[in-house]
Design a protein. Structure first.
Length: 72
């Protein structure tokens, strides 16, 4: 999992990775639309892809700790 953490922290590469995945989905969508094929699965694939990147956020996002002032 260390490599995933490295990818997550390399924001420029992570963004390129996301753009690549979304671009492939868009290309496939266009091909299927012009071929009059079923594209129902494309929307589900996009939702799943969004969940993958959300999960990366959940796992690797550094939480900032809030310091509570002393209550006296």
């Amino acid at each position: 999992m260390d490599r995933l953490n490295q990818l997550y922290n390399d924001k420029a590469t992570l963004e390129l990775f996301k753009e690549f995945f979304v671009g492939v989905l868009e290309e496939e969508t266009i091909k299927r639309v012009f071929a009059k094929d079923n594209i129902d699965g494309i929307a589900e694939a996009r939702k799943l892809l969004d969940k993958v990147f959300a999960r990366l956020d959940e796992i690797y996002k550094v939480e900032k700790k809030r310091v509570q002032p002393n209550s006296k």
